[in-house]
Design a protein around this ligand. Structure first.
Ligand code: ZN
Length: 328
């Protein structure tokens, strides 16, 4: 049975019942700092624990050109709702020396993992920490595929990681994603429970991961039913989105109207939905938190490519903003 609680903006939301949940405690690995990452081509320049650990990993892979493998897969898009393909991709990423995979919890027997990619140049502090989430609504399959496509692009084009640390969680709601359903296996909308004390366990894992990463920018990837194009939902007025959405319109359809969300400008909306990942992240320290929506009924490949391009361009714009002097 569900019980309703009052949401932040006067909207009634639904939280899971306040009963203690028992779940297996997974073995968690810890995220690495920027300095723990390195480019495979610069192993000689890296010393200390990072070098020892990476050399150990690399020794077992001597005959495999992992960079080439990543390059080959750069354009691969996982099929919709194929959790097995997502997990296989994460398992491949685990073998790459420039990637750190952090296991954050287990839901219905599925390991949830955050893929960490450090800065291009580990000797410099990051200008921006980015957390990208997808698949909180399990039937919006373009998000997980776009998140993994972005990871591959970041591997093939390390210059995109110049001054930026990435943490990517491909599937927030594994049971919903596997079943092609919006809700999780307990019939909760995870993206309305982030403010709940007794949130579903996957939501608790994501909240803990967000706390560890302490991102400046959070991007949550979705797909919206009955939308005529891509759009963004901002948690706070984010002027750089205006230009990013305008530029996306050169390659993809951008939505200019919504029956659900309040329009600020072309392709940029706001919402009052309580308990969202975006809202939680912004309330807990992220300077910018944005939900991105692909047009659900459009071609899947187009949804994936549009979301990936939009996310990538938002990261670039946020990096410029982060580096800009603060106005007096
Ligand atoms: Zn959604």
């Amino acid at each position: 049975m569900l019980h309703a609680v009052q949401g932040q903006l006067g909207t009634v939301s639904t939280c899971p019942p306040a009963v203690a949940l028992s779940h297996p405690v997974p073995t968690l690995s810890t995220p690495t700092s920027c300095a723990d990452h390195y480019q495979s081509g610069s192993v000689q320049a890296v010393t200390g624990p990072a070098y020892v650990a990476s050399a150990r990993r690399a020794s077992g892979q001597a005959l495999i050109d992992l960079q080439a493998a990543a390059r080959l897969k750069a354009q691969d898009v996982v099929a919709p709702n194929r959790l097995d393909q997502v997990l296989a991709r994460v398992a491949e990423l685990r073998r790459l020396p420039q990637v750190h995979v952090e296991d954050i919890g287990v839901v219905a027997g599925t390991l949830m993992s955050v893929v960490h990619l450090g800065c291009n140049d580990p000797t410099k502090p990051p200008k921006l920490r980015v957390f990208i989430a997808a698949g909180v609504h399990g039937n919006e399959a373009a998000g997980p595929a776009a998140a993994l496509l972005l990871v591959n692009r970041l591997l093939v084009h390390p210059e995109l990681r110049e001054g930026v640390e990435f943490a990517v969680l491909p599937v927030v709601n594994p049971t919903g994603y596997a079943a092609n359903l919006r809700l999780n296996a307990d019939q909760h909308d995870d993206n309305r429970t982030f403010h709940c004390f007794n949130a579903p366990k996957e939501v608790k894992f994501v909240r803990a991961a967000l706390k560890r990463v302490a991102p400046d920018l959070v991007i949550d990837l979705h797909a919206a039913v009955s939308s005529d194009g891509f759009f963004a939902i901002e948690s706070t007025p984010t002027p750089f989105l205006d230009d990013v959405l305008k530029r996306l319109a050169a390659d993809f359809r951008v939505s200019d109207a919504s029956r659900i969300y309040r329009r600020r400008t072309t392709g940029v909306f706001t919402s009052n939905n309580p308990g969202t990942l975006k809202g939680y992240a912004h309330a807990h320290g992220a300077r910018w938190a944005v939900t991105l929506e692909a047009p659900y009924e459009h071609d899947y490949q187009e949804q994936v490519k549009g979301l990936e391009q939009l996310a990538r361009n938002i990261v670039a714009a946020a990096k410029r903003e982060a580096a800009a002097p603060v106005a007096a």
